[in-house]
Design a binder for this molecule. Structure first.
Ligand code: A3P
Length: 291
């Protein structure tokens, strides 16, 4: 078992790991001068926190539940990734309002970038993120396979990017520490799961979109786990073959809260609690462990 990430798939940039087959250091550097617009909306997340779900909701909101034919466009093209412009799209030619997703930690970009636009930051309790990531690593070419969950967990907690590109702790504390500086809507995976309709309305309100009752219903219906899983455009089935292992496995795996209880021992769960207590003492964030 190697303790290093598989080098051929990853490179480091400003101390973070990136997938070598879908971005380059030059492209990442070019983001320093990326021109933002006041009307841009960003979804920012640590991976496995509900990014694709939020992407789908936001896209459905802006397209009134698909009334503009967007069901024929892959979700990842409707709300493209800032740091992974795999199709070399000209983002500057996109009409406003532009919608983007990013996993970038705040310190990867000039902070000024975020002063003007709207950011939706989604968190999920770290035990579910960890378990989701563990399964995810098995279907992604770019992620190192670690069969021993305990080793995976320790690396995840150490956050040196070895199994997961980025430190979960740094990502979440980094964004939360700017809660007062930026126009950020903080959402949790768990609240979306508990009451999807309210989460949809919160996002509508944040981005200033008023939808009819029928349109809201349509958004909610199409953003359920079951319906997203059935829709190859929404469930990332068309994710590049450079990224996916050639074996079965869904991007939308289980879509529940509290799945960590099926995977983690009491000792492992306590270990996570202990690390959070220590590392988050200056910024205690309340997590919902199950609903
Ligand atoms: P699980 O692996 O626990 O199933 P991300 O998009 O940030 O990578 O997050 C992926 C996680 O979000 C996966 O969690 C996935 O199943 C879950 N997810 C995606 N769409 C969802 C939905 N509509 N409802 C609930 N969970 C969803």
């Amino acid at each position: 078992l190697t303790m290093e990430p598989s080098k051929e798939y990853l490179f480091t940039h400003k101390g973070f790991y990136f997938a070598a087959n879908i971005t380059t250091p030059e492209y990442l550097d070019s983001l320093e001068t990326f021109e933002i617009r006041d009307s841009d909306v960003f979804i920012a997340t640590y991976p496995k926190s509900g990014t694709v779900w939020t992407q789908n909701i936001l896209s459905l909101i802006f397209h009134e539940g698909h009334r503009n034919g967007t069901e024929n466009i892959d979700l990842m093209d409707r709300i493209p990734w800032l740091e992974y412009n795999t199709k070399h799209m000209d983002y500057s030619a996109f009409p406003s309002p532009r919608l983007f997703a990013t996993h970038l930690p705040l310190i990867c970009l000039r902070l000024v970038f975020f002063f003007f636009l709207q950011v939706i930051y989604v968190t999920r309790n770290p035990k579910d993120v960890l378990v989701s990531y563990f399964h995810f690593s098995k279907i992604m070419v770019t992620l190192e396979k670690v069969s021993d969950f305990n080793i995976f967990m320790e690396r995840f907690l150490a956050g040196k990017g070895k199994v997961s590109f980025l430190s979960w702790l740094d990502h979440v504390t980094g964004w939360h520490s700017h809660a007062e500086d930026f126009n950020i809507l903080f959402l949790t995976y768990e609240e979306m799961k508990k009451d999807l309709r309210s989460a949809v309305l919160k996002i509508c309100n944040f981005v200033g979109k008023t939808l009819s009752e029928k349109e809201v219903e349509s958004v909610v219906r199409q953003a359920t786990f079951e319906n997203m899983r059935k829709d190859p455009r929404a469930n990332y089935e068309n994710l590049s073959e450079f990224l996916r292992e050639k074996k079965p496995g869904y991007f939308l795996r289980k879509g529940t809260t509290g799945d960590w209880k099926n995977m983690m021992t009491v000792a492992q769960s306590e270990r996570v609690d202990e690390v959070l207590k220590e590392k988050m003492k200056n910024l205690p964030i309340k997590f919902i462990w199950d609903i």
